[in-house]
Write a protein that binds this ligand. Structure first.
Ligand code: GDP
Length: 438
């Protein structure tokens, strides 16, 4: 997602490394690179120009904060300006609420409804869904199948053509839900009938939130939809889907932010778990390669209980087989490893691809193998020689090669984590973030 933009931004900032004074030529070169990167990811030219001007003026006129080098000074300004481009942060509350979903057909509204159901369910809330999409054939089938998978009740009636009637019945039948999500119809274009229906459903359901789903591939055109729906029902959050599949994500994000509608979530894939909270700070930090420890820790806290993986100890570099065991379990709950890694402050450290390539089945195999290890072996895999290896393999019903593979995997992980520590040493992320928030 926006990988190219991220790496261009990082490259642009790299050019400042080693500078001791903020000179005009360097800033201008940086700004030119930034402009190119932003325009390539479809951000509106006028927005880009305003942003460049602000970065230029501030970099040259503001005094660097005490103890801050040239690179940090400019980076901080670039960071703040880019965050500004992303609009306000939208809060998601975890109390009783009704969410009305709006959006055109094909935007990903139904999928996102299920993703949201999953999101709130993971937060421990009782969720229910009403399918008010009477326009698209198969809509009820689609949402009810998704809901069944996660055990969320879904109300609907494929034979009823009046959405108001369905929602009226639905509101009565899902009485005890804490979070009620109402999927509505989306047509191919912004037609009067569509707008009128969503206005009616909004009045009827007394929705706490009205969230609009927009396809990232629309790029700058996203603002038109955001504006129209906002006028009709006062949208209080936008979800931008399919960020995983487009180079226009920057355009959609900034265009929506410009309409003053905050972005609540972004959709980053087709599975029900591929929904991420959007917070402008974290998003931009990640884009600039500063890592997003806040998001990581939040996610980790949610997935793991205290006696499980200690992210901090992992970052300090202690990483035994036992840690890996817990980690494999946790990763299972936290989501794809690659995503988690992308939230860490890796700087320019390359993680070998095979680190990510542990499939679900392999994880189960690894755990079985680790179950036949002794505590001593788990704490210090260096003691595992060939005879121990055979004992472990036999105990786990595995081949010695599989045990070897597991140990290799552990080594790769350990090395990767050491690399991260190295990067952290050169670039003191925590100190830096503190300055930013001050
Ligand atoms: P609706 O007509 O707005 O209800 O759209 P759907 O929910 O049926 O989604 C349309 C298509 O987009 C489906 O094939 C979804 O799997 C896909 N989709 C939705 N969200 C995402 C996303 O975040 N990433 C990707 N890659 N595909 C998505």
């Amino acid at each position: 997602m926006l990988d190219r933009l991220g790496s261009s931004l990082k490259d642009a900032l790299k050019k400042l490394a080693g500078k001791t004074v903020v000179d005009r030529a360097a800033v201008e070169e940086l700004v030119k690179d930034l402009q190119r990167a932003l325009i390539q990811s479809d951000v509106n030219v006028k927005l880009v120009m305003n942003l460049s001007q602000a970065i230029k003026t501030r970099s040259l006129e503001e005094e660097p904060l005490k103890g801050m080098g040239v690179r940090e000074h400019v980076l901080r300004i670039v960071y703040q300006e880019l965050v500004g481009l992303m609009g306000p942060e939208v809060e998601v509350t975890l109390g009783q609420q009704t969410i009305l979903m709006a959006g055109l057909q094909g935007s990903g509204k139904t999928t996102t409804t299920a993703k949201l159901a999953r999101y709130f369910q993971r937060k421990g809330l009782r969720v229910a869904v009403i399918c008010g999409d009477t326009f698209r054939p198969g809509a009820y089938q689609q949402i009810s199948t998704l809901c069944q998978k996660i055990n969320v009740p879904c109300f609907g009636d494929p034979n009823e053509t009046d959405a108001v009637k369905i929602v009226t019945k639905g509101l009565k039948s899902v009485g005890q839900a804490e979070v009620l999500i109402i999927d509505t119809q989306g047509r191919h274009a912004l037609e009067e009938g569509l707008i009128q229906e969503i206005v009616d459903l909004n009045t009827l359901s007394k929705a706490t939130h009205r969230w609009l789903v927009i396809d990232a591939a629309l790029g700058q055109q996203a603002s038109e939809q955001a504006r129209r729906f906002h006028q009709a029902i006062d949208i209080d959050g936008v979800i931008i889907t399919k960020m995983d599949g487009t180079a226009k994500g920057g355009g959609a994000l900034s265009a929506v932010a410009e309409t003053k509608s905050g972005i609540v979530f972004i959709g980053s894939g087709e599975t029900i778990e591929d929904l991420e909270r959007f917070d402008p700070d974290g998003f931009i930090s990640r884009l600039l390669g500063m890592g997003d420890l806040k998001a990581l820790v939040e996610r980790a806290e949610e997935a793991i209980t205290t006696e499980d993986v200690d992210v901090n100890s992992m970052l300090r570099g202690k990483f035994t087989l036992r840690d890996m065991y817990k980690q494999l379990e946790a990763v299972n709950k936290m989501g794809p490893l690659k995503q988690i890694m992308s939230m860490l402050p890796l700087g320019n450290v390359d993680i070998p691809n095979d680190v990510y390539e542990v499939t679900g089945t392999k994880m189960v195999r690894y755990r079985i193998i680790m179950d036949s290890m002794t505590n001593e072996e788990l704490d210090d895999p260096a003691v595992i020689g060939s005879s121990r290896m055979h004992r472990i393999a036999t105990g786990a019903g595995a081949s010695p090669d599989e045990v070897r593979e597991l140990l290799r995997y552990h080594k790769t992980m350990q090395r990767a984590l050491k690399g991260m520590r190295g990067a952290g040493g050169k670039f003191n992320m925590q100190r830096m973030m503190k300055r930013f928030s001050g």
